[in-house]
Write a protein that binds this ligand. Structure first.
Ligand code: ZN
Length: 198
Protein backbone atom coordinates (compact mmCIF):
# COMPACT_ATOMS: atom_id res chain seq x y z
CA UNK A 1 0.00 0.00 0.00
CA UNK A 2 1.24 3.42 -0.92
CA UNK A 3 0.86 5.28 2.36
CA UNK A 4 3.63 7.77 1.66
CA UNK A 5 2.49 9.16 -1.67
CA UNK A 6 4.09 8.20 -4.94
CA UNK A 7 7.04 10.63 -4.92
CA UNK A 8 8.32 9.53 -1.53
CA UNK A 9 7.73 5.88 -2.42
CA UNK A 10 9.73 6.37 -5.62
CA UNK A 11 12.62 7.91 -3.67
CA UNK A 12 12.58 5.02 -1.16
CA UNK A 13 12.53 2.54 -4.04
CA UNK A 14 15.51 4.14 -5.77
CA UNK A 15 17.54 4.36 -2.55
CA UNK A 16 16.87 0.73 -1.68
CA UNK A 17 18.53 -0.31 -4.96
CA UNK A 18 21.87 0.87 -3.55
CA UNK A 19 24.20 -1.80 -2.13
CA UNK A 20 23.82 -2.34 1.61
CA UNK A 21 20.68 -0.23 1.85
CA UNK A 22 17.70 -2.24 3.05
CA UNK A 23 14.14 -0.95 2.96
CA UNK A 24 14.38 0.46 6.50
CA UNK A 25 17.56 2.40 5.75
CA UNK A 26 16.05 3.58 2.48
CA UNK A 27 13.07 5.00 4.37
CA UNK A 28 15.35 6.67 6.90
CA UNK A 29 17.48 8.22 4.13
CA UNK A 30 14.42 9.31 2.17
CA UNK A 31 12.97 11.18 5.13
CA UNK A 32 16.36 12.66 5.91
CA UNK A 33 16.63 13.95 2.34
CA UNK A 34 13.11 15.40 2.46
CA UNK A 35 14.05 17.33 5.59
CA UNK A 36 17.28 18.69 4.12
CA UNK A 37 17.41 22.27 2.73
CA UNK A 38 16.66 22.16 -0.99
CA UNK A 39 20.12 23.57 -1.91
CA UNK A 40 21.78 20.69 -0.09
CA UNK A 41 19.61 18.14 -1.88
CA UNK A 42 20.48 19.80 -5.19
CA UNK A 43 24.17 19.70 -4.42
CA UNK A 44 23.96 15.98 -3.50
CA UNK A 45 22.13 15.22 -6.75
CA UNK A 46 24.65 17.29 -8.76
CA UNK A 47 27.59 15.54 -7.12
CA UNK A 48 26.15 12.15 -8.08
CA UNK A 49 25.47 13.11 -11.69
CA UNK A 50 28.84 14.84 -12.13
CA UNK A 51 30.75 11.93 -10.62
CA UNK A 52 28.96 9.52 -12.91
CA UNK A 53 29.34 11.52 -16.12
CA UNK A 54 32.77 13.03 -15.46
CA UNK A 55 34.63 9.93 -14.32
CA UNK A 56 36.86 7.99 -16.68
CA UNK A 57 39.78 5.59 -16.58
CA UNK A 58 43.31 6.93 -16.12
CA UNK A 59 45.09 6.18 -19.41
CA UNK A 60 48.07 4.77 -17.53
CA UNK A 61 46.79 2.77 -14.53
CA UNK A 62 43.04 2.54 -15.31
CA UNK A 63 41.89 3.77 -11.94
CA UNK A 64 38.76 5.91 -11.91
CA UNK A 65 39.61 9.58 -12.17
CA UNK A 66 38.28 12.76 -13.73
CA UNK A 67 41.36 13.69 -15.69
CA UNK A 68 43.33 12.02 -18.46
CA UNK A 69 46.05 10.96 -16.05
CA UNK A 70 45.24 10.32 -12.38
CA UNK A 71 47.02 12.29 -9.61
CA UNK A 72 49.20 9.27 -8.74
CA UNK A 73 50.37 8.64 -12.30
CA UNK A 74 51.07 12.31 -12.85
CA UNK A 75 53.05 12.70 -9.61
CA UNK A 76 56.82 13.01 -9.89
CA UNK A 77 57.17 11.92 -6.26
CA UNK A 78 56.01 8.39 -7.05
CA UNK A 79 58.31 5.60 -8.18
CA UNK A 80 57.00 4.72 -11.65
CA UNK A 81 59.23 1.65 -11.86
CA UNK A 82 57.22 -0.20 -9.20
CA UNK A 83 53.66 -1.16 -10.16
CA UNK A 84 51.18 -2.62 -7.70
CA UNK A 85 48.44 -4.62 -9.39
CA UNK A 86 45.04 -4.42 -7.65
CA UNK A 87 41.58 -5.68 -8.55
CA UNK A 88 39.72 -2.39 -8.25
CA UNK A 89 39.92 1.29 -7.38
CA UNK A 90 38.73 0.63 -3.81
CA UNK A 91 41.78 -1.60 -3.20
CA UNK A 92 44.00 1.17 -4.55
CA UNK A 93 42.35 3.56 -2.11
CA UNK A 94 43.01 1.12 0.76
CA UNK A 95 46.75 1.08 0.01
CA UNK A 96 46.83 4.84 -0.54
CA UNK A 97 45.37 5.34 2.93
CA UNK A 98 48.46 3.72 4.46
CA UNK A 99 50.44 6.65 2.99
CA UNK A 100 53.53 4.44 2.84
CA UNK A 101 53.45 3.03 -0.67
CA UNK A 102 55.51 5.09 -3.09
CA UNK A 103 55.07 3.20 -6.33
CA UNK A 104 52.23 3.42 -8.82
CA UNK A 105 49.28 1.08 -9.48
CA UNK A 106 47.54 -0.91 -12.15
CA UNK A 107 43.82 -1.50 -11.70
CA UNK A 108 42.56 -4.71 -13.33
CA UNK A 109 38.85 -4.04 -12.80
CA UNK A 110 38.12 -7.60 -11.79
CA UNK A 111 39.82 -10.95 -11.39
CA UNK A 112 39.96 -14.08 -13.51
CA UNK A 113 37.09 -16.40 -12.61
CA UNK A 114 36.44 -19.47 -14.74
CA UNK A 115 33.31 -20.05 -12.65
CA UNK A 116 31.83 -16.67 -13.60
CA UNK A 117 33.19 -16.85 -17.13
CA UNK A 118 35.63 -13.98 -16.57
CA UNK A 119 38.79 -14.60 -18.57
CA UNK A 120 42.10 -12.73 -18.93
CA UNK A 121 40.65 -10.63 -21.76
CA UNK A 122 37.86 -9.35 -19.55
CA UNK A 123 40.21 -7.52 -17.19
CA UNK A 124 42.88 -4.86 -17.89
CA UNK A 125 45.67 -7.37 -18.34
CA UNK A 126 46.77 -6.56 -21.90
CA UNK A 127 47.08 -2.98 -20.73
CA UNK A 128 49.38 -4.09 -17.89
CA UNK A 129 51.60 -6.04 -20.27
CA UNK A 130 51.85 -2.97 -22.49
CA UNK A 131 53.05 -0.90 -19.57
CA UNK A 132 55.76 -3.43 -18.83
CA UNK A 133 57.45 -2.55 -22.10
CA UNK A 134 58.55 0.65 -20.39
CA UNK A 135 61.09 0.95 -17.59
CA UNK A 136 59.68 -1.29 -14.83
CA UNK A 137 61.65 -2.97 -12.04
CA UNK A 138 58.98 -4.71 -9.99
CA UNK A 139 55.36 -5.76 -10.26
CA UNK A 140 53.68 -6.31 -6.89
CA UNK A 141 50.58 -8.47 -7.23
CA UNK A 142 48.06 -7.36 -4.61
CA UNK A 143 44.93 -9.12 -5.79
CA UNK A 144 42.64 -10.43 -3.03
CA UNK A 145 43.44 -13.76 -1.42
CA UNK A 146 40.22 -15.28 -2.76
CA UNK A 147 40.26 -18.13 -5.28
CA UNK A 148 39.85 -15.61 -8.11
CA UNK A 149 42.56 -13.34 -6.71
CA UNK A 150 45.02 -16.23 -6.41
CA UNK A 151 44.19 -17.53 -9.89
CA UNK A 152 44.78 -14.06 -11.29
CA UNK A 153 48.08 -13.71 -9.38
CA UNK A 154 49.38 -17.02 -10.76
CA UNK A 155 48.29 -16.14 -14.28
CA UNK A 156 49.98 -12.73 -14.19
CA UNK A 157 53.20 -14.04 -12.70
CA UNK A 158 53.48 -16.66 -15.48
CA UNK A 159 52.98 -13.95 -18.09
CA UNK A 160 55.55 -11.62 -16.58
CA UNK A 161 58.26 -14.15 -15.65
CA UNK A 162 59.73 -14.42 -19.18
CA UNK A 163 60.22 -10.63 -19.30
CA UNK A 164 62.75 -10.84 -16.45
CA UNK A 165 60.88 -8.20 -14.43
CA UNK A 166 60.72 -9.01 -10.69
CA UNK A 167 57.24 -10.25 -9.69
CA UNK A 168 56.19 -10.31 -6.04
CA UNK A 169 53.00 -11.24 -4.21
CA UNK A 170 51.87 -9.49 -1.03
CA UNK A 171 52.18 -11.66 2.07
CA UNK A 172 49.29 -13.69 3.39
CA UNK A 173 48.87 -11.38 6.39
CA UNK A 174 45.73 -10.63 4.46
CA UNK A 175 43.13 -13.19 5.59
CA UNK A 176 42.08 -15.79 3.06
CA UNK A 177 39.08 -14.64 1.09
CA UNK A 178 39.50 -11.17 2.56
CA UNK A 179 38.74 -8.10 0.53
CA UNK A 180 41.65 -5.66 0.69
CA UNK A 181 39.38 -2.69 1.20
CA UNK A 182 38.17 -3.98 4.58
CA UNK A 183 41.60 -4.72 6.01
CA UNK A 184 43.26 -2.30 8.41
CA UNK A 185 46.28 -0.26 7.35
CA UNK A 186 48.77 -2.02 9.63
CA UNK A 187 47.90 -5.42 8.17
CA UNK A 188 48.08 -4.01 4.65
CA UNK A 189 51.54 -2.58 5.29
CA UNK A 190 52.74 -5.82 6.83
CA UNK A 191 51.48 -7.71 3.79
CA UNK A 192 53.34 -5.29 1.52
CA UNK A 193 56.58 -5.43 3.49
CA UNK A 194 56.46 -9.24 3.70
CA UNK A 195 55.90 -9.73 -0.03
CA UNK A 196 57.70 -12.66 -1.59
CA UNK A 197 59.10 -13.15 -5.05
CA UNK A 198 57.10 -15.43 -7.32
ZN1 ZN B 1 46.78 6.51 -13.05
Amino acid sequence: MDYYGSQITKLIEELSKLPGVGSKSAQRLAFHIINMPVEQVQSLADAMVHAKTGVKYCRECFTLTDSDLCPICSSEKRNHKVIMVVENTRDLAAYEKTGKYEGVYHVLHGAISPMLGIGPNDIKLKELMQRLQGDVEEVIIATNSSLEGETTAMYISKLIKPTGIKVTRIASGVPVGGDLEYIDEVTLLRALEGRTEL
